[in-house]
Design a protein around this ligand. Structure first.
Ligand code: ADP
Ligand code: MG
Length: 366
């Protein structure tokens, strides 16, 4: 299956009501919205460019509609052992954080809290249906990548080391953050508490640096462990709110901001290069050139990947919108292998060796 790329056009904000709307979903003959986004050619406004996606969500789309259509169906796959990655891409101010985190009111809640609710609901059902024979554990990690450095958001900002946490390649080829904390999470309230605390850490850290959180990539990792007898199945859902993809060369930036924006632009630039290289079928993909692309490893990980392209419909975003439409429409061509994670078996503790987690990998069926 390919990476699924969907576009979401946000509504006008109160202060934008008099602005010129230039980004439209194309409509079919029957008046229904199609999967095409239209935008004028900035060099010749009588001409329009069209970009096709797997789905296009127009301004009036609610949080619930987006979640139900794009994320809810994959919760089942997650429990079947597939990894699920959802990431929001777009210019600052287009609705990435609104889409992923959302507001506090029930109807405004974004993809992340809804995903967690869905996971806990299914976990409960599985435990009940199996008469307690299957147990499900949920653990949370949350970190940001800022200036190509990884910081744990579940730890207070005072505990940050200037160089951040290193990445490590696991035997299965996956890249993980070494030394990242992981907190068990029993229910939605547990999650909310951790998530709010972590987002406050993100803001505090950014304020100290005189920066803005839209300049870092925020990555939430939900680890699911299902245990039935001696069988252990692990899978991971990742929800990523990427830094703004705007071209900072066009905006005025002081020196410090330029260092920052060079690092942000670099990782997003590397991402677009990876997308290009993969969609061309190149053998060498420049993943290793930034931490964000190493972690995202587009097309390398097994499972399901959904890219949400957030768009603001007004003219002041014109060139940046065009560039993010270009990058994301190429991402559709990326193939992802839909393979479940191996089931592993717990082993009885060995008497002559004190090492190891007591877990060994074995094929499910010989
Ligand atoms: P980003 O994270 O991409 O910088 P935000 O999520 O902060 O953008 O959104 C910018 C502003 O637009 C915020 O005030 C947010 O509440 C509002 N907004 C974004 N998407 C929507 C939406 N679908 N419906 C209503 N308001 C939205
Ligand atoms: Mg944001």
């Amino acid at each position: 299956m390919s990476v699924r790329v969907v576009a979401r056009i946000r509504p006008l904000l109160d202060k934008e009501l008099d602005k010129d709307v230039i980004v439209h979903p194309a409509s079919n003959d029957d008046g229904r919205t199609s999967n095409v986004v239209k935008i004028p050619n900035p060099k010749n406004e009588s001409e329009e460019f069209s970009f096709t996606f797997n789905s296009v969500y127009e301004q009036a789309t609610s949080q619930e509609q987006l979640f139900t259509a794009e994320v809810a169906p994959h919760i089942k796959s997650l429990f079947q052992g597939l990894d699920v990655t959802i990431f929001a891409y777009g210019v600052t101010g287009t609705g990435k954080t609104h889409t992923m985190r959302g507001g506090l009111k029930l109807a405004d809640r974004g993809v992340i809290p809804r995903l967690l609710s869905g996971v806990f609901r299914r976990a409960k059902k599985i435990t009940k249906d199996s008469d307690g024979e299957t147990s499900v554990a949920v653990a949370l990690s949350y970190y940001e990548i800022y200036n190509d450095k990884v910081f744990d958001l579940l730890e207070p900002p005072e505990k940050r080391t200037p160089s951040g946490l290193p990445l490590r390649a696991e035997a299965n080829g996956r890249t993980v953050v070494a030394g990242l904390s992981e907190r068990p999470c029993q229910d939605v309230r547990d999650f909310e508490r951790l998530y709010i605390e972590a987002n406050n850490n993100r803001i505090t850290a950014a304020t100290k640096l005189n920066a803005h959180s839209s300049r870092s990539h925020a990555i939430l990792r939900v680890k699911l462990t299902q245990i039935t007898g001696d069988m252990v199945r692990e899978s991971t859902a990742s929800a990523i709110d990427l830094a703004g993809s705007e071209d900072n060369r066009r905006t005025e930036n002081d020196k410090e901001r330029l260092v920052e924006s060079a690092a942000i632009n670099k990782s997003l630039f590397v991402l677009s290069q990876c997308i290009d290289a993969i969609s061309r079928g190149d053998r060498r993909i420049p993943f290793r050139e930034s931490k964000m692309t190493r972690i995202l490893s587009l097309g390398q990980n097994n499972g399901i990947t959904i890219m949400i392209l957030n768009l603001a419909p007004i003219r002041s975003y014109h060139l940046d919108t065009l560039s993010s439409l270009n990058v994301s429409s190429r991402a559709k061509r990326i193939e992802v292998r839909e393979i479940e994670n191996e089931v592993v078996f717990k082993q009885p503790p060995r008497t002559n060796s004190g090492s190891g987690s007591g877990i060994t990998r074995q094929p499910l069926r010989p």
